[in-house]
Design a protein around this ligand. Structure first.
Ligand code: SF4
Length: 425
């Protein structure tokens, strides 16, 4: 990152401070802790009589896909970082922050590089960051800050992927323009949020078709067409044709949740939300699906919708920050590689399907939670389900491929087909 490069971030970015032992979650549970090469070398030579034996025993060099950023791993103990002691990091406590790996020092900050611009955002998988981002009443947008040259550690910021192998070695043109259009659609409050998402899905499918043909020249015309179409309600017919299918919505989301929670460690906070969801819908082995769908629609109408209509900005903030954090609709190159969705032909549609999947999961679980908590359903519940879904689903490297397999099997094969999972009841 050149010293002269621009730095942009949301207005709330500098308000984040880790609350440490007061945190209701911990970033040291459930995740593999990646160690970069420079930190690994510091650990090999630290010489601390207490920590050196643990470093030697618990840190192993990666043998697959090794890079300077992803050089070694800490072996977890019962799905927790073994250096966590009394809810505090013993490495930081004993040796200081400079001994933290890039991953631990940077989290929950997300650093991306787009051209010469460094984009800084906060990751919603941290409860404190989620509160700061989701409760900010100001527009969610990136604003330029002074580049004073003395920044917090940035490691190696991630870069946007390209849609498919035809772009290998190059960049996708019009990324910023396309992202700008998607943000415009998601902020178009004359439409309910689910309709904005369906229009985004439709756009992503078109961009995907063009990327497959490498028709980059057509992208500016497409952008103008969408801007004009939205201003003139050209999409209303398409949106009015979306058919409401609450049973399909419920069983597809349930299958996605079960696949994720049965294939690896799942944190307590998401499991709490899931239990609330099951209880709220009185979902038992004996229940008929139509009956559960009726209770689901009732919880939506009576408790979820009245609260969310007053607080829709929280969900809009979730989606807008998702777009920034994940370099949507291309994704972050490194994350795409790790989850096996790098250079697949329909990658723009896949990115869109994944974003809508995460949104659909947290919304469906929140509706069940509203059924459980009734008129007490409120902001703490919504933030908890957003934060824990981000942590358990968005951070899973296995889940994207699992989700695409489930969606495809259920006939959901492109961005616009995802309407069925996000449509209001
Ligand atoms: S999840 Fe966030 S607030 Fe909690 S310990 Fe980690 S960085 Fe700190």
């Amino acid at each position: 990152m050149p010293a002269a490069g621009k730095i942009v971030q949301p207005r709330h970015y500098d308000a984040f401070h880790c609350i440490g032992a007061d945190c209701e979650d911990t970033c040291c549970a459930g995740w593999g802790v990646v160690i970069d090469r420079a930190t690994y070398d510091r650990y090999r030579q630290c010489g601390d009589p207490e920590l050196q034996p643990s470093f030697d025993e618990l840190i192993t060099i990666n043998t697959v896909d090794q890079s300077d950023e992803d050089y070694a791993d800490i072996t977890l103990s019962e799905a927790r970082c073994p250096f966590l002691s009394e809810r505090l990091c013993s490495i930081q406590k004993k040796l200081g922050e400079e001994y933290l790996s890039d991953t631990c020092a940077i989290y929950p900050r997300i650093l991306n590089r787009v051209g010469e611009t460094l984009e800084q955002n906060l990751d919603l998988s941290c409860p404190e960051a989620a509160r700061i981002v989701l409760l900010d009443p100001r527009p969610a947008e990136l604003v330029e800050i002074a580049n004073c040259g003395e920044r917090f550690r940035i490691g190696r910021p991630r870069v946007p992927d390209t849609p498919n192998s035809a772009y290998d070695g190059g960049t996708y043109p019009y990324f910023l323009e396309v992202r700008g259009l998607i943000l415009t659609i998601l902020r178009e409050r004359t439409y309910p949020l689910w309709k904005r998402l369906v229009m985004t899905g439709h756009l992503c499918d078109k961009l995907n078709e063009m990327a497959c043909l490498r028709n980059d020249e057509g992208v500016p015309i497409l952008i103008q067409g969408y801007l004009h179409g939205i201003q003139n309600q050209w999409f209303d017919d398409l949106l009015n044709k979306c058919q409401l299918r609450p049973v399909t919505q419920l069983i597809t989301i349930l299958e996605l949740i079960i696949r994720r929670t049965t294939s690896g460690f799942t944190g307590r906070r998401f499991l709490d939300c899931y239990q609330d969801f099951i209880h709220g819908l009185e979902w038992t082995k004996e229940s008929a699906l139509e009956e559960i769908a009726r209770r689901y629609a009732g919880a939506y109408a009576q408790y979820y919708a009245p609260f969310v209509q007053q607080n829709e900005l929280v969900l809009e903030h979730y989606l807008v920050t998702y777009i920034y954090r994940n370099l949507f609709p291309l994704g972050r190159l490194e994350s795409n590689r790790k989850s096996g969705i790098h250079h697949i032909e329909n990658s723009i549609s896949i990115q869109c399907m994944l974003m809508m999947t995460y949104y659909a999961i947290l919304r469906t679980v929140a509706i069940g939670m509203a059924g459980r908590h009734k008129s007490a359903f409120g902001m703490d519940h919504l933030i908890k389900v957003i934060q824990s879904t981000a942590k358990e689903f968005e951070h899973s490297t296995a889940f994207p491929a699992q989700a695409i397999e489930i969606l495809t099997r259920n006939g959901l094969k492109c961005g616009s087909s995802m309407a069925v999972l996000v449509q209001d009841l």
